[in-house]
Structures are given as C-alpha cells and as structure tokens.
Design a protein around this ligand. Structure first.
Ligand code: NAP
Length: 326
C-alpha cells in the first residue's frame, strides 16, 4: 500500500488553487493544511479544496508536527525565507519557481536542506510532464540527428499595474523570473549551458522587465532564441530544430507533439492527464520521500542552481536589480 503524506499549502493564491485541485487526484496525498496570512482566507481555501486544517500564520502551520510536505506558493521574493523556515521545521519542501530571487539565496536553501537532511525541490512541473519527457527522449535517441536550434516563447498580455506581483520589484516582479524562466529552462535542458548570452529588454515604469529577448550562443552552429513578456498574447510554442526535422510542442496541456520531416508531419500524443499537469511533480516528490531521498534525481538542486545562475547572468545584462536581495 502507498504511504500517505500530509501536504500543506503555504500561501493561498492563484497557483495554490490550481495545484490543490490537482493534488486532490493523488491517492497518497492527504490534503492536510492550508496556511495563509489571513485565517478567513485559509478557512475558505481549506473548505473549497477539502483541506483538514486552516492556519492564519505560516509558522503556526509549520509547528504542526503532522505536516510532512510544504508546497510554497508565495511570491518569489519570499521563497528563500519560507523555504529556510520550513526546512528548519524539518518539513519536506517543494517550492514554486523561480526557486528564489538569485543564486546567493538558492545556495543557502540547498545548504540548509543538506544541514537539516530534509527534502528540497523546485516545483518545475514541466520537467515531469510526459510530453516534455518525450522531447528529451527524441533528442537522446538522435533519431532526427543532432539538435541544432531551440525556439521557445512564453508571452501573455498583462497590462501594466504597479501593484501587481508581475511588475512589483519588491515581490520579484518581471517577465524573466516569472515566465522567461520556462524558455531558459527549455534551452538548458536540451542544449545545455550556452557559451555566450545576448539579451534585450523592454522595461516597465517600475524598472521591471516587461519583455525580454534572449539568444543563447553555443559552440559550433547551435543557438537558442527565447522570448518572454507581458505585452502580448502569443501561441507559445517550443520548436526544436534537428538535422533531419523539427519537433514542436505547445505550452497547452495535451496538445500533440508535431514532428516534421521530409516524409511529412507526424502527430504524437502523450497522456498528460485530465488536470493541469501539476500532479506529476507532487507524485514525484512523494516517490522521492518513499525512497528516503533529500533531493530529486530528475530535478536536482544542482540543475536549479544552474538555472538561477543563468537567470542572474541575464539580469545583469538587462540591468534588473531586486532591492533587498541582490
Ligand atoms: N508553476 C506554475 O505554473 C506557476 C504559475 C503561476 C505562478 N507560479 C509561481 O507561484 C508563486 C505565486 O504566484 P501566484 O500567481 O499564485 O501569486 P498570487 O496569486 O499573488 O499568490 C501569492 C500568495 O503568496 C502569499 N503572500 C505572502 N506574502 C505576500 C506578500 N507580501 N504579497 C503578496 N502575497 C503574499 C499570499 O497568500 P496568503 O494571502 O494566503 O498568505 C498570496 O496569495 C510565484 O513564485 C510564481 O512564479 C507558478
């Protein structure tokens, strides 16, 4: 029989709702606690999604010895603080992306996980979705030859609002850490670390990056072209260009993988499930805990550190600084 784990949500915002609705579908996940800075909000969230307990303070929730795993869903600028606090209470942590504001913070989070001998993983859900796993296996198989170029976009329209998390530098606002992280992740996972990075930015009135264009230059003739921003909606595909064809995936769940070669277009369909796709990461965390791991062998903390170091390097180029963090 599967061991059951008591999950707690830290921060009852937008993504926490989506994650909680996927968590409900896992037999070994117990929806145990919802923690908000506001008890009424926590109670409402707990009632809506079926959590057993509600807490009006994050720390009170962490003091509950029955909590096994904390899902941190606060804004990025609080990920460092909330992760360290949770690990010190010996709670396994799955923390939303961006893992923290910069690599200085992520290094300390990883160090604390090791010191406390307690599980830590970035909630980089797309890595565990079957469609993306299939792309990785196509690359590894070399059935289409070598991968030469990656194009990856993540854009949506979010009109400027200085109070919004997306634009407020005090909450880690900016397109790169919020959504540009996905195209950057895609390039790092498939082409690896670039030799050189070129980046251009359009800034918002708060000084945050509203739109960013990035080129990763690699040795020989390989490149990644990455875009992210809040200025317009877009189809948001990732296209992988190989020597003998292209592979296209959509950001939408359950869209077929399109493989285009000289022979024509082939559609491949992976089963990404009926929900939003967040159950794969939650299930993976519980598998890791079943095995006594303190980090995921797939989404390693070294990868997350490499990712945030790359984001630091891009931010330096576009001159976006986070007060009280950098
Ligand atoms: N994996 C994904 O697909 C995905 C998608 C969207 C967002 N995210 C990530 O999830 C995190 C949260 O994003 P979101 O869109 O859910 O944000 P959100 O709706 O603004 O929710 C964030 C929550 O954090 C808590 N919080 C704690 N201190 C806060 C402060 N000073 N100001 C505002 N909120 C504070 C609040 O919960 P309480 O009021 O209950 O305390 C708030 O509801 C971000 O790091 C984001 O990158 C991931």
């Amino acid at each position: 029989m599967l061991k059951k784990y008591n999950w707690a949500i830290l921060g009852c915002g937008w993504i926490a709702e989506i994650f909680a609705s996927d968590l409900r579908t896992l037999d070994n996940a117990v929806l145990y606690a919802a923690a908000s800075r506001n008890i009424d909000k926590a109670k409402r969230f707990a009632k809506d999604f079926g959590f057993q307990k509600a807490f009006g303070s994050y720390e009170e929730m962490l003091q509950d010895e029955n909590v096994d795993i904390v899902y941190i869903a606060s804004p990025h600028s609080f990920h460092y603080k909330h992760t360290i606090m949770s690990l010190k209470y010996k709670k396994a942590v799955m923390c939303e992306k961006a893992f923290a504001i910069n690599s200085k913070e992520v290094k300390k989070m990883i160090k604390t996980s090791k010191q406390e001998h307690t599980f830590l993983m970035e909630a980089f859900w797309t890595r565990l979705v079957p469609t993306f796993q299939r792309v990785l296996s196509i690359i590894e198989s070399k059935e289409l030859g070598d991968l030469k170029m990656v194009q990856s976009d993540f854009m949506f329209h979010a009109p400027f609002d200085e109070r919004s998390r997306l634009y407020d530098l005090n909450l880690g606002g900016g397109a790169l850490l919020d959504i540009g992280i996905y195209p950057v992740f895609t390039a790092l996972q498939t082409l690896g670390n670039p030799e050189n990075i070129v980046a251009n930015v359009i800034k918002s009135p708060t000084g945050s990056d509203q739109h960013i264009d990035i080129i990763f230059e690699y040795n020989e003739d390989r490149r990644a072209y990455l875009r992210a921003g809040f200025m317009n909606d877009a189809p948001n595909f990732s296209i992988f260009h190989f020597e003998k064809g292209t592979v296209q995936i959509s950001r939408e769940m359950n869209c077929p993988i399109l493989i285009k070669t000289e022979e024509g277009i082939q559609e491949l369909k992976e089963d990404d499930g009926a929900g939003f796709g967040y159950y794969f990461e939650a299930s993976h965390v519980m598998e890791c805990l079943d095995k006594g791991y303190i980090e995921s062998p797939i989404l390693t903390n070294q990868f997350s550190l490499n990712l945030i170091q790359t984001l630091d390097e891009i931010r330096e180029k576009i001159n976006v600084v986070y007060p009280n963090h950098d």
